[in-house]
Design a protein around this ligand. Structure first.
Ligand code: PHE
Length: 454
């Protein structure tokens, strides 16, 4: 059974597939709107701390669990800690993956709508207010977003069914570099818009007086969400890694790429938002109401460039979302396939259909169903909150405790150093963070939020 598992074809493929999972709507859609919600530069500062101090060591921890066990995330804990309750960490991850996939697909569906808007030259000649209006009309329409969401999940489904190497690796290899180049072009366009400097200041000048426990929880949640961490996603991918992969270096590369793209996305959104007078705390709609303005204003002298760039951007954003949804889908599919001995195809169908159902509910909760709330949140926001701010950090905390305290040190050492063949200068630091810093820091943020923050 073990020998039949698929694997990634090349080292570059490994980095790109993992980065493909990490880079997605989390960077380009969620990061800017959370930064806007939490007041800008100070949030980014704390976010960066969370990425490098907590995120990267925990990512290495997840990688080593996956590669050592060569199993889906729940199976992995069972293999490394037989007969214990650790398998629940994996199971919680599977549940988180399922929930994230459901609301994430709603937003991915929006990007599809924008691809077609762009193709039909639908942005031409509109004012900033009209962009806000048309987003509201679209996102609260009961049917349209649902059709896109179903279509998007079906695309994810068919790539998953084609298997790891053919589906995941090939698409990441071409699209990721293209996305990167286009993002750089858009940053240049955005920062040169009239009045953009207020947006740049918002990103660079921290105001720590506004920082409270919520900001810490938000930044930590965003770090986990953006790195695809805390739910066994990278653990599942690492189960397809070869023996010679340098886990530390891979984690570092993924972290750098992911962070860089998020920051660049900030430099697209905020200068443009300030330039046209959109409030930075507009919430989940921020990307969709701000970006069309960049195309319109920056290329007002060359409408054909606006046309081509807007199509390219939304297509690439859709692909970035797709490489992320594939990774979430894979977590749940691999779990059902291996733990319940279902065929991969059947397991994949169960995930897809389940997510379509929950995704429809999330989508409706932004329109016709917006009066149905729990703890003051509609279903979409509730899923986002519970996964990003509770389940992922909790999963990360338990993963660090597992690697730092439970796992045999020899296993940790042999995975991080590839049986002693790599010299990892940061080895002591990594294990120290996993043992003490990560569990304590995450614990403090949780306790602070529960007891002291309103
Ligand atoms: N990291 C992805 C993004 O930034 C989202 C994601 C979360 C993917 C959790 C997999 C698991 O878009």
């Amino acid at each position: 059974m073990k020998n039949n598992r698929a694997s990634f074809g090349s080292k570059l493929g490994i980095i790109l597939a993992s980065a493909g999972s990490a880079v997605g709507l989390g960077n380009i859609w969620r990061f800017p709107y959370e930064t806007g919600n939490y007041g800008g530069a100070a949030f980014i500062f704390i976010y960066l701390g969370c990425i490098f101090v907590l995120g990267l060591p925990i990512m290495i921890g997840e990688f080593l669990i996956g590669r050592r066990s060569r199993a889906n995330t729940a199976g992995a804990f069972q293999i490394l800690a037989p007969g214990s309750q650790w398998k629940w960490v994996g199971r919680m991850g599977v549940l988180a993956g399922f929930m994230i996939l459901s609301f994430y697909s709603v937003v991915a569906g929006w990007t599809l709508e924008y691809v077609f808007e762009a193709l039909g030259n639908g942005f031409a000649g509109k004012s900033p207010d009209e962009f806000i209006q048309s987003f509201d009309t679209f996102s609260s329409n009961p049917w349209k977003p649902i059709i896109w969401l179903v279509l998007f999940l079906l695309c994810t489904h068919f790539i998953i069914v084609r298997g790891v190497e053919k589906g995941i690796e090939k698409s990441s290899k071409i699209m990721m570099p293209m996305l990167f180049i286009l993002i750089i072009v858009l940053v240049i366009c955005s920062v040169t818009l009239p009045g953009a400097s207020a947006g740049i200041e918002f990103l660079l000048k921290p105001d720590f007086s506004k920082v409270n426990g919520n900001v810490f929880l938000g930044a930590m949640g965003q770090a986990f969400f953006s790195l695809s961490l805390g739910m066994g996603c990278l653990c599942t991918y690492a189960s397809y890694f070869g023996k010679d992969v340098n886990l530390t270096r891979t984690a570092f590369s993924v972290g750098i790429i992911d962070t860089f793209i998020a920051i660049l996305a900030g430099f697209i959104i905020f200068p443009a938002a300030f330039s046209v007078g959109i409030k930075p705390d507009a919430g989940p709609s921020l990307l969709f109401i701000t970006l069309p303005n960049v195309f319109q204003q920056a290329f007002s002298g060359a409408p054909w460039l606006a046309y081509i760039f807007s199509i390219m951007f939304y297509v690439l954003l859709t692909v970035a979302a797709l490489t992320s949804t594939i990774s979430m889908h894979e977590v749940v599919t691999a779990y059902l396939h291996e733990e319940f001995k279902l065929s991969r195809r059947r397991a994949a169908w169960m995930v897809t259909l389940g997510c379509i159902l929950l995704g429809i509910l999330c989508s409706l909760s932004l329109g016709v169903g917006k009066n149905y709330t729990l703890f003051g949140l509609n279903l979409f926001d509730l899923f986002d909150y519970v996964t990003a701010k509770i389940m992922l950090p909790l999963g990360g905390m338990l993963t660090s405790i597992f690697v730092g305290w439970y796992l045999d040190k020899k296993i940790v050492w042999s995975e991080i150093t590839n049986d002693g063949s790599l010299k990892i200068n940061t080895y002591k630091l990594i294990t120290f963070i996993l043992k003490y810093i990560a569990p304590i820091a995450i614990g403090i943020v949780f306790i602070n939020e529960l007891l002291f923050t309103k």
